[in-house]
Design a protein around this ligand. Structure first.
Ligand code: MG
Length: 464
């Protein structure tokens, strides 16, 4: 079978702010091959990513992503790897290409898995999938009090771990940052793991990290994420070499990787202990799988990076589904309206922690007693496609649209305004050589008022 069509669906809040919240917009990808459909999601600036797919060629190494995808055969996993190699070579100077192709690559795996009725992780070579411990991923509050309140809310939802990041952290003094760290710890209690994401705020300033290290040790942070820019390998190596692995946080990074080589460099030269990969940026599921294998062999822990929809979360879990040791899973909990709902509370259970996480926790100031660690693994298995059934990306996409529709009907506040390829003028969809009867079907209105622009059957631009 050949790849007949690739359609992009761009969803955005009416107003996009400067908050570092990746759920303010989304770029979903639908791939068609014969009667089969696969879904994916890009983690990138949506319109720029669409441009990388449809842009006219500039020269031989500057071709649109579409040139390597449309019309290609899709019968087996090796076909996806061949397409990936061609995109990397023919579009090497289209710098957004890896973001664009990441969503397409996910959709190709999804399509192939559904065609064979097997999970995507089995197509990667795993014989089973393992449960994960989701950590709640949330931004620091504007004030320590706000950070404390958010931590209490996370705790009330039953998470066993939480990651606070971005916001004001790193922009003030070390004492300012310490106030947020202790607020987070106090809100979570001493028996909930705390991760910290600095969001590249110190660029390459190693001393800035050292000035905050004691506070990070005092709050028993599991890891410090992205203190430096994504490729500042020397800075990462300097901190790694000067800190005690058995006391205090370890370094985590990798979400900025646009290809597996960048991630491997962080492991091999930056000496990070946790490598965090976004399948919507790194080139898709298989490049993330390559990083996971390299991390596993090198004693580094692989973690997904996800701050968008459950569609992206489902895809992000496939690359390390079969690696038992890598237990953490990023789970965004503060998505913008229109994003998938939060998980329900689950029965409180003590997590099975490894050697590092199980070490006695020191008391933080002031000590918060009485908490019981929990996990959301059962729910997570259901929602992520990590169970025994095939990957259900289309279900996740349907849930996203239902959420949008529900918000449109019941919420007077901001909502996703779906902007998509509603007419032949639109650049938001690109259809390949094979145009089917279904492609010309009338618009199917989705319920929900302002979402009525969404139109899966009317999103074509005839090309090729
Ligand atoms: Mg991060």
């Amino acid at each position: 079978m050949r790849i007949d069509a690739v359609d992009f669906f761009y969803a955005s809040l009416p107003t996009v702010t400067t908050a570092v919240d990746g759920s303010q917009d989304a770029l979903l990808v639908r791939v068609r091959s014969g009667d089969d459909i696969g879904w994916g999601e890009c983690e990138a600036s949506p319109l720029v990513s669409i441009a990388a797919f449809i842009t006219p060629p500039s020269h031989g190494a500057c071709q649109p992503v579409s040139a390597s995808v449309l019309g290609r055969r899709l019968d087996k996993p090796e076909d996806i790897l061949a397409i990936s190699a061609d995109v990397a070579y023919r579009s090497m100077d289209v710098l957004q290409a890896s973001h664009t192709y990441s969503g397409i690559e996910m959709a190709l795996w999804d399509l192939l898995g559904k065609r064979r009725d097997v999970p995507v992780w089995s197509l990667l070579g795993y014989d089973r999938s393992h449960g994960r411990i989701p950590y709640a991923s949330i931004l620091f509050g504007d004030t320590p009090d706000e950070t404390y309140d958010r931590a209490r809310e996370i705790r009330s939802q039953g998470f066993v771990a939480a990651k606070f990041g971005w916001g004001p952290f790193g922009h003030g003094t070390p004492n300012d940052d310490a106030a947020h760290l202790f607020a987070a710890r106090n809100g979570l209690g001493n028996d909930t793991a705390l991760m910290v994401d600095a969001g590249q705020v110190w660029r390459t300033d190693v001393d800035a990290v050292r000035a905050r290290w004691d506070a990070l040790v005092d709050v028993d942070a599991t890891w410090l994420e992205e203190p430096f820019t994504g490729s500042a390998f020397d800075a990462y190596a300097a901190i790694s070499a000067s800190t005690n692995p058995s006391r205090g946080p370890r370094l985590a990074a990798g979400e900025a990787s646009h290809n597996p080589h960048m991630a491997r460099h962080l492991i091999d030269y930056g000496k990070v202990a946790y490598i965090q990969i976004d399948t919507g940026r790194v080139g898709g599921i298989h490049p993330a799988y390559e990083v996971a294998q390299h991390a596993d062999h090198g004693g580094v822990t692989y973690v997904n990076h996800t701050f968008t929809s459950h569609l992206a979360l489902s895809a992000a879990l496939q690359p390390y589904a079969g690696l038992r040791r890598h237990r953490w899973c990023e789970y965004p909990v503060a998505l913008s309206p229109g994003a998938p709902p939060r998980p329900p509370r689950t029965r409180r259970r003590r997590p099975r922690l490894g050697a590092r996480e199980a070490r006695p926790r020191r008391h933080c100031r002031p000590r918060c007693a009485g908490a019981v660690p929990t996990r959301h693994t059962d729910h997570h298995r259901r929602t992520s496609g990590m169970g025994q059934r095939p990957m259900k990306i289309d279900e996740a996409f349907a849930a996203l649209l239902d959420r949008v529709s529900s918000r449109s009907r019941h919420s007077p506040g901001p909502m996703f305004a779906l902007v998509t390829s509603a007419g032949p003028w639109s650049p938001l969809a690109h259809r390949g050589p094979a145009r089917t009867r279904r492609d010309n079907a009338p618009t199917e209105q989705k319920p929900g008022g302002s979402c009525s622009g969404w139109s899966p059957g009317n999103s074509a631009v005839q090309r090729g």
